[in-house]
Design a protein around this ligand. Sequence first.
Ligand code: XMP
Length: 516
Amino acid sequence: MPAKYDTLLVLDFGGQYCHLIVRRIREHGVYSEIVPHDISPQEVAALDEKFNIKGLILSGGPSSVYEPNAPKLHPNILETNLPILGLCYGHQLLAQLVNGKVEPAVCKEYGAAQVNIDKPVGVLEGLSITEQVWMSHSDTVVEPPPEFEALAHTDNCPVAAFRHKTKPLYGLQWHPEVIHTKNGAHMLQNFIFQICRAQANWQMENLIDKMVKELQTETGGGRAIIGLSGGIDSSVAATLAAKALGEKLTAVYVDHGFMRAGETEAIRTAFEKFDIHFIVADAQERFMNKLQGVIEPETKRKIMGEEFIRVFEEIAAQSGAEYLIQGTIYPDRIESGFRKNSDKIKSHHNVAGLPEKIKFKKILEPLGDLYKDEVRKVARMLGLPKEIVNRQPFPGPGLAVRIIGPLTEEKVSIAKKSDKIVREEIERCDLIENLWQYFSVVTDTKATGVKGDARAYGYMVAVRAVESKEAMTASFAKIPYEVLERISTRITNEIPQVTRVVYDVTHKPPATIEWE
Ligand code: XMP
């Protein structure tokens, strides 16, 4: 196992494909992280203590280099002497930094384009004379900077790719990270291995050992508790923590009352088989009391985040635990607003939902750098049973973020029953393989209906089923009408308070997966 992973840093200029670059690099077995766009050479050097930094990639972004507040590179970034690859906005910024000529494009290019490769060298080695690429830009580099040479052009973009004549500095006007750039993986591979000379030493086997050792080092023989919701992330984190800490770990399942029907029993059965000290904290009443009358989604999330911690603190006081371990993953951190140029979308309860004052020495997040599919890989390697590996993700605040408006016992009961029906019908039809999540939402809207020849005025329940790879983007699933019909019939028949069922046909973006 290497002491440090070879790593490429992706400088974040706010582009929608930023996290895709990271994923593409990781797919080559090389570690990668998103860092702020104006990271200084000193900050890169500091990161080099932990990772073996081999190169920098400048992401795309929505700005024009001419906008007054456009995000810029640190002026001394070239002093790192690391290989640099600028993509799209990053390509223009790199050109601007080294005195190239960047101008607003005469003709803007969006979408698929043909690029002529004039010199198939460096990042472009092994490519054909013309390549299909994905463009999305309004500025363009019209002249290569001094000491640089142009490597490719399109009809509207004279310098679609360039490189420094002697240093490992490259720019591409297009996005090699999206699948529409046909040989994008090959271009990134050239940069990672030929230009940066990185080793593919970020392998899952190594990673498990490393995460276990880090947990041992960070807890230094102390006791810890882990919040176990039964979703895939916390299950994997708990298994790793149990490997690291043995009997010094207590896994706590907080039953806040907004769990799915049958969930508590299912989790208890699944985890009683493991060699883990597992306890269930019945906290239904205290959560409901705190949430009385709360409507605003972010407030709900914050209250729940705080209450979770208070429950954990009480249990820690009994067991002598000084550390709290959580199953937070990389997208949770991104969406909770840790990227400088991206907005906070929502406070994932275990990240931004945390209260300011916490009675733990430290919170540890062993999976904090991983995407969901990487967590599933780790789960398989740890030998976790299929029913845990394939569990659909379930948000920490549970059904509370699937009940719009004030939380009442009646709405919670509708949420549990309708969610169970959605699960049963979808699982019965073998549809789950392609689905990321499928669930119901109890809206705060009421609608008129007719039941048994009488007027009924009841709740509207929405059904949501999405396909996704890592939850950063998602598409609504085109599940067959017959299945929707069965779900709708059962919900309206079996839950008297519901008069209407609708299907959510919104992608993410612009929607999020959960309704709150
Ligand atoms: P959104 O709704 O942000 O959800 O598109 C993306 C994914 O994250 C899950 N999710 C959460 N998971 N704590 C979690 O552990 C949370 O607070 C939380 N909020 C959303 C959501 O179910 C989806 O898979």
